[in-house]
Ligand binder design. Sequence first.
Ligand code: ZN
Length: 508
Amino acid sequence: MKAIRNYDRYVEKMQQIADLSNVLSLLHWDQEVYMPADGISIRSGQLSMLSGMIHDLQTSPGLVELLRELASESGLSADEHKNVEVTLRDTTRKLLLDRDFVERLTYTTSNAFVAWDKARKESDFSIFAPWLEKIIALKQEECRKIGYQDHPYDVLLDEFEPGMKTRTLDTLFAAFKPELEELLKQISATGPDTHEDSFMYLNYPKDKQWQAGLDVLGKMGFDFNRGRQDISTHPFTISVGAKDIRITTRINENNLHEMLWSCIHEGGHALYEQGFDEATYGLPQSEAASLGIHESQSRLWENHIGRGASFWDYYFPKLQQRFPQQLSTVTSELFYAAINKVRPSLIRTNADELTYHFHVIIRFEIEKELIEGSLKATDLPTRWNELYKKYLGLDVPDDSSGVLQDIHWSHGSFGYFPTYSLGSLYAAQFYHQATLEISNLEKEISEGNLIILKNWLRKKIHRIGKLADSDDLCRKITGESLNFRYFIDYASRKYRSIYRFSELTVSS
Ligand code: ZN
């Protein structure tokens, strides 16, 4: 009986922490969706105080003692034991950071977000630079406080992708990059890209795009009784509680891509959050296994469904009905080719599935340099532009379409970008498995039955939460660890059909 009582006390403490964290999330959401500009001076103080209070609860001697006791107790179920083990691991990391540090970091990032937003609008890096310098110094302090063996960046990766090391990613990207380059070479060898896509850049009224986005989310199985969508500068997903998952999108009236991919991408994240078991609210089982796995859910929907032929077989006539002026003369085949056009571009979130990874590799290289101190914040735009020239052959015309395009650094999220590539690779591997286990999956999708996929993901991934780490989960679902071969195979098949090149000579 003692173990059960202790476990219940643990659950109660975790739910209190979750309640407070959700209040914090709501304030963050409000800051990015509604808050008037001058609200920041008070808001950053509120966010900072709440973060400190949450940190105190997460590291309270009472909870730590309870966790240590529970970890060695028998009588817990396997899931209960795992919840305790994961909480203890996360708490051990948090114990290395004090409340003062957590408050300073939250205060700084909250102000930095406003500076970044202004800098991006005015395309002036100098507005953001002093805040970025402060954030980098704080992140370096975090690395020192937590400690590392090999590279300080390992500490930051670990926050988003538990167990991931800089060296592992170096090896992965070193093997993956030449295969991507080879595939891009095959595509460009087919000659100038003549796929017509100007219809994607006609005028698509905001209201109609908004409705189309909601409709697609509904088809994916997004539960509007337990979530909502709003507009923000940078699309994101945030949980305000087990029954309140918020997503945001952005709409560009002259570019249909932006709304479509942000809606489907954030929708994928939201399905993951809505898929957690409510009975385990506040526990690791109601958290993502890792950000890489979170991204696998968004990228799976965005790429394998949203950029897939089967979905558009079903949905293109509906989109045409909504936008007859813009799309009546376009065929679904033409639309499919247009949304899968491969070409180097400046903005990560608008990139095709192949060149996307170069955007990630560039940020990975830069983050390592900033954290190890070999690159100064003030030299960042020059380094950024240099790498865009090197990897994508592009000249960056201004900071707003260059170094200021992403929100992440203003949030202090260093170590996050690699999870986008990991997510795409996991997505390809998971989707391959789904096609093996769900009979006629592509046919089901072409008939609009997306729920069958959502249910498969719910059972295999969502319900597990953080009880399995990324590698365990991947091996459990697919029988092997992460293998980028699935992505290369999928991409080769897809682009071979669109660009009509024959056999690939990619080395394996
Ligand atoms: Zn995402």
